[in-house]
Design a protein around this ligand. Structure first.
Ligand code: SAM
Ligand code: SF4
Length: 458
């Protein structure tokens, strides 16, 4: 007979009662915001089972690495850190070491763990998050437990969550991706697009705002395709309007927007809203139409720039940030000049830059490189140096203006608060520890690289 969830939980609790100390769990997430958001659910499940959460791996009885598959370099670092856990495992034979998340979906990774890291007894793919209790129980019964699941559905809305912050919350609106950009492993490890019901999202966001959360980050691989496949007809701008109508003082941010699906309606919704940031993360990836086609991105630079121009016509201060890949296999010096032209034109506030990393199973991994790694590294250095100057120069548009700012941290040594403005810019201002988690008014007095500095208006 299949065990029910309640039965499994009871059995795990019975195991934990045999411990001579409080059972503890350590969850470490790597990679994108969505992975961190999943990490909060793994923590919620473990806490619900009776584990106390700890930041110290040496004190834990369960260590879960929730890792990202997007770039090979990050994966190798996780494998290295997993290897280092062997010493902890030798001192504590009852310790369960597990790998979960996108990285655990990869057959190559699972094979490597089986062969070279036999002390990793629990491997749980991103689609199998809810199976954590069953997996733990199997390991307590002496089995190795490797599980990945087909991604047909959505995580249970009732999964418990342990939020890292008391004022910033991530809320997934959809899971998976249908786009199959030729360089990207995400559709293979996260499955096809599935959207959460708008009522469930609204209820969660409303609850967070009532609890005092000041920043809601809506997440999805392409939030602009939110709603496809739901019975109820709803677009992402319509969802945004629904959330923006919730009473309170808070910011709504979101990522990522695929440029092929970004519309004037999205920009209008943002600019007409009370709470949504005036900043769009719109990953262009590359400044060459030929390369964009080979990346299977489904937009041209002309189409991309129409969105940028539209937003800036409505609001000249509107900010953009982007992801850029340098060194896609067929990228030439000439293609890269296109990327340099794009950053000059758009004047991004911030760039997330990545050296292309071949991912097995993707189309681009089969393409031969036309440039050397030295050429690619030189392109990246040039891009970063120029972007620093562009951000610093363009951010001067805020000098003397008063903006809203969410204070995220306070440095006791300098007395400075660090946080972000509604336009998504990093800002520093002198303040007190009590200001952390508050939405404040700040007059911008300086610009330093890509960050602003300012004075709080009390
Ligand atoms: N869905 C989002 C989108 O399309 O904008 C991005 C999700 S992906 C996890 C984040 C970024 O990682 C991508 O925008 C891309 O720049 C980068 N990325 C993805 N695959 C990569 C690869 N194989 N090598 C280098 N960077 C990669
Ligand atoms: Fe990857 Fe492209 Fe999907 Fe983004 S849209 S997750 S880059 S396949």
């Amino acid at each position: 007979m299949a065990e029910t969830g309640a039965q499994t939980r009871e059995e795990i609790r019975a195991v934990l009662e045999t411990f001579s100390h409080t059972p503890r769990a350590h969850v470490q997430s790597f990679g994108c915001q969505l992975n961190f958001c999943d990490g909060e659910k793994y923590k919620g499940i473990l806490q619900d089972l009776g584990y106390e959460l700890t930041d110290i791996p040496e004190k834990a009885d369960v260590i879960l690495f929730n890792a990202c598959a997007v770039r090979a370099h990050a994966e190798s670092r996780v494998i290295g850190r997993l290897g280092a856990l062997k010493a902890i495992k030798e001192k504590n034979p009852r310790l369960i070491v597990g790998l979960c998340g996108c990285m655990a979906e990869e057959a190559e990774v699972r094979a490597l763990l089986k062969k070279s890291y036999p002390f990793v007894k629990l491997v749980l793919g991103a689609g199998a998050m809810e199976r954590l209790p069953e997996s733990l129980l199997a390991v307590y019964r002496g089995e190795k437990h490797y599980e990945t699941l087909a991604f047909a559905g959505l995580p249970d809305e009732a999964l418990p969550t342990v939020r890292e912050s008391g004022f910033q919350a991530s809320v997934p609106v959809m899971y998976g991706c249908n786009n199959f950009c030729t360089y990207c492993i995400v559709p293979y490890v996260r499955g096809r697009e599935r959207s959460r019901r708008p009522e469930a999202i609204e209820q969660e966001v409303r609850g967070l705002i009532e609890q005092g959360y000041k920043e809601i980050l809506l997440l999805g691989q392409n939030v602009n395709s939110y709603g496809r496949g739901l019975d109820e007809e709803i677009s992402f701008p319509a969802l945004l309007r629904r959330l923006d109508a919730i009473e309170g003082d808070y910011f709504i941010r979101f990522m990522s927007s695929h440029p092929k699906d970004a519309t004037p309606e999205l920009i209008d919704t943002m600019l007409q809203s009370k709470h949504i940031e005036h900043h769009l993360h719109l990953p262009v990836q590359c400044g060459s139409d030929r390369v964009l086609k080979e990346m299977n991105r489904h937009y041209t630079l002309e189409r991309y720039l129409q969105t940028v121009d539209y937003a800036r016509q409505q609001s000249p201060d509107f900010g953009f940030s982007s992801d850029l890949i340098v060194g896609f296999p067929t990228e030439t010096d000439e293609d890269f000049e296109g990327t340099m032209r794009i950053i000059e034109y758009v004047k991004y506030d911030n760039l997330y830059t990545f050296i292309y990393s071949p991912r097995s199973g993707t189309k681009a991994a089969e393409m031969p490189f036309v440039s050397t790694q030295e050429q690619i590294a030189a392109r990246m250095s040039r891009l970063l140096a120029r972007q620093r100057e562009i951000s610093e120069d363009f951010n001067k548009r805020f000098l003397g203006k008063t903006v809203r700012f969410l204070a995220e941290k306070h440095d006791p040594e300098t007395g400075l608060l660090l946080g972000k403005t509604r336009e998504g810019l990093v800002l520093e201002a002198a303040g007190t520890p009590e200001d952390v988690g508050r939405l404040l008014h700040v007059t911008v007095t300086g610009v330093k690289n890509w960050a602003l500095s300012g004075r709080l208006e009390r």
